[in-house]
Design a binder for this molecule. Sequence first.
Ligand code: HEM
Length: 132
Amino acid sequence: MENTDSDIVFQSYGRCCNNEQFFVDFYDRFMGSSAEIRALFVDTDMTAQRHLLRNGIMQLVLHARGMPDTKLRALGCSHSRTGFNIRPEWYLLWLDALIATLWQYDPHFTEDTAGAWRRAIAPGIEIIRSAY
Ligand code: HEM
């Protein structure tokens, strides 16, 4: 059977998500992309945040595999203008930081894997982003 985007992404994330350093490097990279973004996390317990993000990315991956969007809608709510006030354009930086960190940690990563990630999680990101 042919591997779908969601299979490729599921396996790729499996090769990264048990490595704490993956999430350390993701946040270093993401915060390094903008002073405004760095400022959002000054009071954040980053150890806890790394675990929350591990689960958050899993929600995006599971949504690509057909799971209902309940958890992503809740994230849309918490990230909206009445919550953390995460501006819609920042999700581009978030995705670029994720892809760059995957390149670094997934030993089987290729341009095709990058494409599979971008296609598979775009709808889930859009659920969070569009709740702004
Ligand atoms: C909190 C996931 C994008 C900034 C969280 C939490 C999760 C999460 C699971 C903790 C649960 C919650 O409080 O609701 C995600 C996912 C994203 C995303 C999956 C991509 C689709 C972003 C972006 C930014 C951001 C683009 C900033 C530019 C924050 C902040 C918090 C947070 C500031 C709260 C930190 C704190 O408690 O101090 N995110 N997030 N997130 N996220 Fe995101």
